[in-house]
Design a protein around this ligand. Structure first.
Ligand SMILES: [Zn+2]
Length: 307
């Protein structure tokens, strides 16, 4: 029997059977190949893609160029090489305690820095390039929708920032204050009420750095570094006088957000009043903090310890 004879179908039924077996065999081979060499999936969510810093510029009514920078990173892990670079100015934070009260009550300030390799699950706020810790992001989205019902848009300007972004903000603030101090010095002395000449005084770097730390947190010391704070802006120049601010003070706690640096608590938080900076702590804590008028330092450091 020759090969030719062997391959030749004996009947139509035999031909159809051979085609059928061929298709099955072909499919099986395909399946085996697919299992052996899995295709690398395309990014599932925007956060898996490598994001870049985005900046937009505009000119305000005075012709000054303003900058809107949205800091994005490509990692969920907070990594840095902390060199204690501000310790000579009296700022040397210790690693924050993580497990004490749960991640949502993590306390970061000039005394407590986010530990390196801190892992978080970040998520974009719907329709924005701003990211927050995923639970906080979902809470913000709900809050955003609720505010819309009242005709208000809670525009998230800044959420998660990495170490370098925070350092850049802090260094920019130091630089601005240094320029101001130098200008003041260059303006020379003045005559006081008694007619005595007062010599110009050089402001020390330590004073400048500590003044900067009253409005911008040092790198690693901001709630933004943990994806737990969101800065909200409005059309109003002074956010504390905006309808959005009023709405937030009345409603944010029901979504788990509190004002991070309230007015009247400057000595406890170490920071100037920031009407735009809202921190996620969870609904229970937010309600209790609002009810008892406590800032996070008081709630975590004082109130909780007493309980
Ligand atoms: Zn903030």
């Amino acid at each position: 029997m020759t090969l030719k004879k062997l391959l030749k179908p004996k009947s139509l039924r035999d031909l159809l059977f051979r085609i059928y077996v061929g298709i099955i065999a072909f499919s099986l081979i395909g399946l085996i190949i697919a299992l052996a060499f899995p295709r690398k999936d395309a990014p599932k969510t925007p956060e898996d893609t490598k994001a870049v810093d985005k900046a937009t510029y505009w000119s305000d009514e005075n012709g000054t160029v303003a900058q809107d920078v949205r800091y994005l990173t490509d990692t969920h892990e907070f990594n840095f090489d902390f060199s204690d670079e501000y310790s000579e100015y009296g700022i040397s934070p210790a690693p924050a305690k993580l497990s004490k009260n749960g991640w949502n009550l993590l306390l970061l300030n000039k005394k407590y820095i986010l530990p390196t390799n801190y892992e978080m699950d970040l998520q974009f706020l719907t329709g924005t390039s701003v990211r927050l810790e995923s639970v906080a992001a979902k809470a913000f989205d709900s809050m955003y929708i609720d505010a819309l019902k009242s005709g208000l848009t809670l525009t998230a300007f800044s959420g998660y920032r990495n170490f370098e972004s925070q350092r850049r903000l802090f260094e920019d603030k130091i630089y601005t204050l240094e320029v101001e101090a130098a200008q003041q010095y260059a303006n020379g002395g003045y005559y006081d009420a008694q007619g005595n000449y007062v010599e110009p005084v050089k402001t020390e770097k330590k004073t400048i750095v500590n003044n900067a730390a009253k409005s911008v947190c040092p790198p690693g010391c901001s709630d933004h570094n943990a994806g737990l704070a969101v800065d909200i802006v409005s059309q109003s120049d002074d956010f504390s006088k905006s309808e959005e601010y009023k709405w937030l003070t009345e409603n944010a706690h029901t979504f788990g957000f509190v004002l991070r640096y309230p007015a009247g608590k400057e000595k406890i938080t170490g920071m100037d009043f920031q009407p735009y900076c809202w921190r996620f702590v969870g609904v229970n804590a937010a309600k209790e903090m609002k009810e008892k008028n406590l800032c996070l330092e008081e709630y975590v450091g004082g109130y909780l310890d007493r309980g």
